[in-house]
Ligand binder design. Structure first.
Ligand code: A3P
Length: 297
């Protein structure tokens, strides 16, 4: 991602690819994305947007750099953990950035599992998936749509929620995303984490990550990583809070990227009627799945 003025890319309509909405620009680059060449040492973070991608990305970079915080301040999070499929001419070309990057590469994706480039499966790359409860994601995504100028117009909260429930937002349906990746973990090296679990007990979840990445870190380093990836520290760290991007891309005066970092904020936004409607869709779409989420902790 480049830190430049991107007024020409603001508020473009989303494009539909195989029934799913994406940012404009990704349609022209679709073959390039699908033909992405993974390397066996690539480590992937896959998420539905607003599920704790940046949080876990920072943890991953800190782990592979043995908790060396100066090294982790070498660049912004979006250049340390590159958003593969984000291709918007004049702003970002994730594929080109990754092609230039030395191994081991940290790769971010929001693609639904069935559209994830096959090369990652062929190379048996390690994948970390992070899921967050659908209601808090809806609220977080609504604020993100307002501050991130590359998103289409969000409309009112009511309108946005309607689009979100029916999967008519960028990267498609939350239900399909979390379920698709959940099924995939049965036949691939994958660590499936939950935002709420990390919040409840960050050390327990960080230890899972360290084990999955086959690192051996001292208690002192682990504590340092926990400190450096806390909401407060990340919110004040320009290399992890996205304030290094030009305001034409992200306007933090509308809503900061590091907004609240809590579980249960949905209660401050959903009306009783919205909540009831949401629950009906939720039951319909999650029926039969073994996936369980917590909407409060
Ligand atoms: P809120 O908007 O609810 O505050 P993503 O990185 O996938 O876009 O997710 C962003 C969400 O994760 C935001 O949620 C952000 O505040 C939250 N987040 C980022 N870093 C965090 C941290 N260290 N601890 C808790 N939440 C964090």
């Amino acid at each position: 991602m480049e830190n430049c003025n991107i007024e020409h890319l603001q508020r473009q309509e989303a494009v539909e690819i195989q029934g799913i909405l994406f940012f404009k620009g990704m349609d022209d680059a679709w073959d390039k994305i699908q033909n992405f060449q993974a390397r066996p040492s690539d480590i992937v973070i896959a998420t539905y947007p607003k599920s704790g991608t940046t949080w876990v990305s920072e943890m991953m970079d800190q782990i592979i750099n043995n908790g060396d915080e100066e090294k982790c301040k070498r660049d912004s999070i979006y250049n340390r953990v590159v958003f593969m499929e984000l291709i918007m001419p004049g702003f970002s070309d994730g594929v080109a950035s990754l092609n230039k990057m030395p191994s081991p590469r940290l790769v971010k994706t929001h693609l639904p599992v069935h559209l994830f480039p096959v090369s990652f499966w062929e190379k048996n790359c390690k994948i970390i998936y992070v899921a967050r409860n659908a209601k808090d994601v809806a609220v977080s995504y609504y604020y993100f749509y307002q501050m991130a100028q590359t998103c289409p117009h969000p409309g009112t909260w009511e309108e946005f929620l309607d689009k979100y429930i029916t999967g008519k937002v960028c990267f498609g349906s939350w239900h399909d995303h979390v379920k698709g990746w959940w099924e995939k973990k049965n036949d691939h090296r994958m660590l499936y984490l939950f935002y709420e679990d990390i919040q409840e007990n960050p050390k327990r979840e960080l230890l899972k990550l360290i084990k999955f990445l086959e690192k051996d870190l001292s208690e002192e380093v682990i504590d340092k990583i926990l400190h450096n990836t806390s909401f407060k520290v990340m919110k004040n760290n320009p290399q992890s809070n996205y304030t290094t991007l030009d305001p034409s891309a992200m306007d933090h005066t509308i809503s900061p990227f590091m907004r609240k970092g809590t579980t249960g904020d949905w209660k401050n936004h959903f009306t009783v009627a919205q909540n009831e409607r949401f629950d009906v869709y939720y039951q319909e779409n999650m029926a039969g799945s073994t996936l369980k989420f917590r909407t409060e902790i």
